[in-house]
Ligand binder design. Structure first.
Ligand SMILES: Nc1ncnc2c1ncn2[C@@H]1O[C@H](COP(=O)(O)O)[C@@H](OP(=O)(O)O)[C@H]1O
Ligand SMILES: [Mg+2]
Ligand SMILES: [Mg+2]
Ligand SMILES: [Mg+2]
Length: 327
């Protein structure tokens, strides 16, 4: 099978990173430090990036990784660097503060035709709050997504059973479909988007942090296309997983204001996009253009995200175009 080795290395690395994140959350709770842009980062973000970059570096030494974190801030925080090193040593006993910082910085490479993109914790604010987060890893070749993984340690296997089993790993390979595997171990199960024929599935997914998108406009759009059930509000790319496995018909992430020039980070979307596509859905920007992953860190050619079951995509695009004209 194509990408079999990449898939196995990535599954092992993301699973290990998920264990590290859960252990740090149990032991450190909401502890975080602020980055220069004032967004939070934790010992677990750094530890997960170190674990995954080390594994990718060993298996695919020529592949660059474009990751969210770097070691600049961590190198000035001796205590936190020591803690990250200690957590990483549970899996890599020879790790030192210097090697941990170097593994983290493997995630700041220059983009090449083939590259990996990594968000060691997507939804850090959710992670700190005790809610959803995802470890997101994807492989891009010549601008096309080939492999995507979303480790979601806190996501219920079934969203309607919030007290049931938690912890899933979503895996998608181009042309081979999307699957969900219990993080505790078990067989992969194929997943598919919903046909949204049942009232209960006429739901959409949105961020909890309202500043990350445009909730007012999004509400108007979903009303216009008849997604009248209350939304799933989730941090992180778990939203893409929920669309891919058919629990929501749509994930909308429209910019605020709608004319904003800000661009999305590649690592906030790559793994989620291939998950929805391989589950039978469709993902475009708010103008209906495919997302262009050929640039590296930013989706410079795209604005806004629409990830749907495919069936309602054109109706959503039309509603967004109408709202954008009016606003
Ligand atoms: N003003 C903004 N607009 C859009 N995305 C933003 C944003 N500020 C932060 N983000 C991104 O939103 C991500 C979380 O998204 P969500 O709201 O879906 O959970 C963050 O990922 P990290 O948590 O990895 O930093 C961050 O990259
Ligand atoms: Mg992110
Ligand atoms: Mg992150
Ligand atoms: Mg962040």
């Amino acid at each position: 099978m194509l990408y079999e080795r990449e898939k196995q290395v990535a599954i092992a690395a993301v699973t290990t990173a998920a264990q590290l994140c859960e252990q740090v959350r149990r032991e450190q709770g909401s502890l975080a430090i602020a980055k220069p842009d004032r967004t939070p980062v934790t010992v677990a973000d750094f530890g997960a990036q170190a674990i995954i970059c080390q594994a990718l570096g060993e298996a695919f030494p020529n592949d660059p990784v474009i990751g969210e974190e770097d070691s600049t801030l961590l190198r000035t925080q001796i205590e936190q660097l020591a803690q990250v090193t200690q957590y990483v040593q549970a899996y890599l006993p020879k790790a030192t503060p210097e090697s941990v910082a170097a593994w983290i910085d493997r995630g700041n490479a220059q983009v090449k035709s083939r590259y990996w993109t990594l968000d060691p914790i997507d939804g850090t604010k959710g992670y700190i709050r005790g809610d959803q987060y995802a470890i997101a890893l994807a492989l891009v070749e010549a601008g096309e997504l080939k492999l995507g993984l979303l480790g979601c340690p806190a996501l219920p296997v079934d969203l309607t059973q919030p007290d049931g089993e938690r912890g899933v790993l979503f895996v998608a390979v181009r042309g081979q479909g999307a699957t969900m595997i219990p993080l505790a171990g078990g067989a992969p199960r194929p997943i598919h988007v919903t046909d949204a024929s049942e009232e209960s599935l006429r739901r959409f997914a949105r961020s909890i942090v309202s500043e990350h998108s445009n909730p007012t406009l999004q509400e108007a759009v979903v009303q216009a296309v008849g997604l009248t059930s209350p939304p799933w509000q989730l941090d992180s790319q778990a939203k893409y997983g929920v669309v891919a496995r058919g629990e929501a018909a749509l994930y909308l992430r429209l910019p605020f204001p709608i004319t904003s020039e800000k661009r999305q980070n590649t690592w906030d979307h790559a793994a989620g996009v291939i998950m929805v596509e391989e589950a039978g859905g469709r993902v475009t920007d708010m103008y209906g253009q495919p997302l262009d992953f050929s640039f590296g860190a930013k989706l410079v050619n795209n604005q806004g995200i629409i990830a749907s079951n495919g069936l309602i995509h054109e109706a959503v695009l039309a509603a967004v175009a109408q709202m954008a004209k009016e606003s």
